[in-house]
Ligand binder design. Structure first.
Ligand SMILES: Nc1nc2c(ncn2[C@@H]2O[C@H](COP(=O)(O)OP(=O)(O)OP(=O)(O)O)[C@@H](O)[C@H]2O)c(=O)[nH]1
Ligand SMILES: [Mg+2]
Length: 278
């Protein structure tokens, strides 16, 4: 991404950055989707530092925007840990559910997937294809089944089979559709009749920029989000949205998606991420 590299090397040897240097930095910060608030804080911090300390001041400001909450998955002490995957259409929920399940299997956990996106038959097929590829069982219902009932059934099966994790994929829903948002609350309540829902992970597509922040705000009002999965940060120069969201909502990004393969998925590492921005 190399957001600040050019700016820093420009001001390092000089006593002062010029107005046009500051403007250039601000444009770069906004273009990277850091958002106006954090962009302004970075500029203020860099301006008040000496040229040779500007880089450290910028890094400190970025660091302070990060959530201090744990980025590790919460694990049930006994019984299956339920992870609900939510988000707007096309952000990468199904892919991320499969990738997350694969990474848990990679840690020797027993994992079950559930296709609670019952609106489209293709959505169930998509998760089943992943399941076959990864050798992970996928629970699904009849076409147009109630997502809450599929989730309930999946929780019962997870419990009966004694798996470690149940990862539930849900339908894409627009955050401005109240009935769909209310449905999420119902799905969660129904699962909790069987097992506690330890994680509700919102999938945000990094390429949607500041809209990702709006999505996170609205979803957080409907269902208690425990973390985020930030997808498609491969090839996106706009990864600054991660910091904008963490600063505004204090919801930790737990994982990131960096491509379309099962292996293109990793825990979110803030220090590496900040170095990447620089
Ligand atoms: N480059 C890239 N592509 C991704 C990533 N995650 C998902 N995709 C792609 O994005 C597209 C949509 O992914 P899905 O997983 O189907 O998204 P979804 O949120 O389940 O979509 P709906 O169920 O329709 O709401 C697919 O083509 C995925 O391969 C990622 O991290 N990087
Ligand atoms: Mg999907």
């Amino acid at each position: 991404m190399g957001l600040f590299g050019k700016f820093i090397s420009k001001i390092k040897g000089t006593a002062h950055a010029s107005e046009s240097d500051w403007d250039e930095l601000e444009v770069a910060l906004l273009a990277a989707d850091l958002g106006p608030r954090l962009a302004a804080q970075v500029i203020t911090a860099a301006k008040s530092a000496k040229a040779e300390n500007a880089e450290a001041a910028i890094i400190d400001t970025l660091r302070s925007a990060l959530s201090k909450k744990s980025r590790a998955l919460v694990k049930s002490e006994s019984g299956a840990t339920v992870i609900l995957i939510v988000g707007v259409n096309g952000t990468g929920k199904t892919t991320s559910a499969a990738k997350l399940a694969a990474s848990l299997v990679g840690e020797d956990a027993r994992v079950l997937l559930a296709a609670a996106d019952t609106f489209r038959a293709a959505a169930v097929d998509q998760l089943q294809t992943w399941g076959e590829r990864l050798d992970i069982d996928v629970i699904h219902g009849l076409p147009n089944a109630d997502p809450a009932s599929v989730s309930f059934d999946a929780a019962q099966q997870a419990s009966a089979r004694g798996v470690d994790y149940l990862v539930i994929d849900t339908a894409g829903r627009l955050h401005n559709k109240n009935d769909l948002m209310a449905e999420l609350g119902k799905v969660r309540r129904v699962i909790e009749k069987v097992l506690p829902v330890q994680e509700v992970l919102l999938v945000v597509d990094a390429t949607t920029g500041q809209n990702g922040l709006t999505q996170a705000q609205v979803f957080a009002e409907s269902v208690p989000l425990t973390g985020l999965i930030l997808t498609k940060i491969d090839g996106s120069a706009r990864g600054g949205i991660a910091l904008a969201i963490e600063q505004a909502l204090d919801i930790p990004i737990k994982f990131m998606g960096t491509g379309e393969l099962a292996s293109d998925f990793a825990p979110f590492e803030p220090e590496i991420y900040i170095q990447g921005l620089l």
